[in-house]
Design a protein around this ligand. Structure first.
Ligand SMILES: Nc1ncnc2c1ncn2[C@@H]1O[C@H](COP(=O)(O)OP(=O)(O)OP(=O)(O)O)[C@@H](O)[C@H]1O
Ligand SMILES: [Mg+2]
Length: 511
């Protein structure tokens, strides 16, 4: 086979933001018909580089060649006209419109000459061709995140893009959806498209990419290497600039007293449908209970009822023997419950407030932070400075608004706030989602430290590897019920239980 030619060449790209050099003289090539994996830590400059290629940012220096011809873009529209389209992490669909309407929307000459139903058919045909299953007449709000992603892909295909750039497409997907997406990507490549696939997950990039490039702190540390010629360890090293041991040391520990006990807890989701059904669980001091499950099986609601953010329709939740069910959210906090929420930007932090304000959010009512009825700003600032160091939060200053922080640093702000108070119970929801390998290792270490100093931890994660690495005991949740508790640490059993493939007899499951 002849060496494939470069479809896209980026040369010497420089892109600055106030105080940050996001891309420092970056070269990047994309060949025709390849899937090119782009790896890098949080803040490495991946999204920036690809936003330059997609016409969203103008670089300060550098050139872009498409099929050998120098180009320059004033908007994403210009890039799409040349066949380059990007799907961002945050989707841009209109909830109240149908799939077809969303796809037609924003086209230069909206083709209203034909009936909408004609377009529905055309969408269905394109969808079928690439294995993108979604109903053209469905409204966006009715779709799961995975389905919405398919709409975004369809939208780009309908605009005739040859190059599809996907920014961390798997971070919002459940394991089976990831498989579906990979099938679509492969079928797109077979039909002549080229893809840039951004991810933090080494195993994903290793399995889907034809070639891999790595960025670190705005610079290229590997350009177009073949997966077969590298390893997870080497890639991790290229990403973070040091060795990452994929094994975390976990000391054996005898669990102590029961800290959290759920008895027959039921609750509804936001739509008023049953989300939890008679859940029973116990977590002891010095123990990590890993709760495995595919997203959307009641985990979110479970975290919320324990932390007082959602009402229970039945049952009892005891923290150190005291009832917390259906009590105000400050009650669990007073009983020593810490919470790492799933949604970091909305529930976990106040985006426009500073690091200082975010880290003191839970403790400002008490001395030494409270001075009478007002806040002692000096103490607050000192506390924030100290936590910034201790938790290695990388930011210009403690006055920086947290919306400017990268994913990994934002998660550290939450950890600093939640863990510095020495909680007796920690509810950790998807604590490493969206983080790079270096950051994941840091967060996992912190969780183990908490366990070793006696905290009870409920760890909710979709990452089986994480569940197996950290947990002392594993339970599985499926459709709002605990379908396995204390199950043998075997990936296969847990995987089956997660997908409803093997329910344990009731007596065993709730014992
Ligand atoms: N619009 C912006 N304004 C100011 N700074 C920005 C902006 N976008 C990115 N940055 C900064 O540029 C650097 C690179 O960010 P970028 O989003 O490209 O990283 P990334 O590799 O995509 O990270 P992640 O994996 O967290 O998505 C970071 O330091 C980030 O804080
Ligand atoms: Mg990014």
């Amino acid at each position: 086979m002849a060496e494939a030619s470069n479809l896209v060449e980026m040369r010497g790209i420089v892109k600055r933001f106030p105080g940050v050099l996001a891309n420092e003289n970056v070269d990047f090539d994309l060949r025709s018909g390849e899937i090119h994996g782009l790896l890098g830590e949080n803040g490495a400059g991946k999204s920036t580089l690809m936003s330059v290629l997609a016409g969203l940012y103008k670089p300060e220096a550098g050139t872009i060649l498409v099929r050998g011809v120098p180009v320059s873009f004033n908007s994403p529209r210009d890039a799409i006209a040349l066949g380059l389209g990007m799907i961002h992490q945050h989707f841009t669909l209109i909830d109240s419109h149908t799939v077809t309407e969303n796809i037609l929307l924003g086209l230069d000459d909206p083709p209203f000459l034909m009936r909408l139903s004609h377009y529905d058919e055309r969408m269905a045909v394109t969808g079928k061709r690439f294995g993108l299953h979604v109903s053209p007449t469905a409204k966006i709000w009715q779709l799961s995140v995975g389905e919405q992603q398919r709409v975004e892909i369809l939208k780009m295909l309908y605009r005739g893009v040859e190059v599809l750039i996907m920014d961390e497409p798997t971070s919002v997907l459940a394991p089976q959806e990831i498989e579906e997406l990979f099938k679509t990507l492969r079928s797109m490549v077979e039909q002549g498209k080229s893809i840039v696939f951004i991810s933090h997950k080494l195993h994903e990039v290793m399995s889907i990419a034809d070639r891999i490039s790595v960025l670190r702190q705005g610079r290229v540390t590997a350009a177009g290497i073949k997966p077969a010629g590298t390893s997870k360890a080497e890639l991790a090293n290229l990403m973070v600039g040091r060795k990452v041991l994929f094994e975390i040391e976990k000391k054996p520990k005898e669990p102590g007293e029961v800290v959290l006990e759920l008895r027959g807890v039921s609750a509804e989701n936001d739509k008023g449908l049953p989300a939890l059904h008679k859940v029973g669980l116990k977590v002891r001091s010095g123990e990590i209970l890993g709760l495995a499950g595919v997203a959307g099986n009641g985990q979110t609601e479970l975290g919320e009822v324990i932390t007082g953010l959602r009402r229970c329709t039945g049952g009892s939740i005891l923290v150190n023997g005291k009832e917390v069910a259906n009590r105000p959210a400050r009650v669990p906090i007073e009983f020593g419950v810490a919470h790492i929420p799933e949604d970091r930007t909305h529930v976990g932090t106040a985006p426009n407030l500073s690091i200082t304000e975010n880290v003191i959010m839970k403790s400002y009512r008490h001395p030494p932070l409270a001075r009478g009825r007002s806040l002692n700003r000096h103490v607050a600032r000192e506390r924030a400075e100290q936590l910034k160091q201790e938790y290695t939060i990388l930011a210009p200053s403690v006055e920086t608004p947290v919306r400017l922080l990268s994913g990994g640093n934002l998660q550290r702000v939450i950890l600093a706030r939640e863990l510095s108070e020495r909680p007796s119970l920690l509810i950790a929801m998807q604590p490493t989602r969206g983080l790079d390998v270096g950051a994941i290792e840091g967060v996992q270490r912190l969780l183990l430290e908490q366990r070793d100093s006696g905290a009870a931890i409920l760890l909710v994660s979709e990452e089986l590897e994480e569940i197996f690495t950290l947990s002392d005991r594993i339970a599985v949740i499926y459709e709002g019920e605990i379908v396995g508790d204390g199950v043998e640490a075997e990936a296969e059993t847990v995987g089956l239980l997660m997908t409803g493939g093997a329910r344990l007899p009731k007596s065993e499951a709730t014992a």
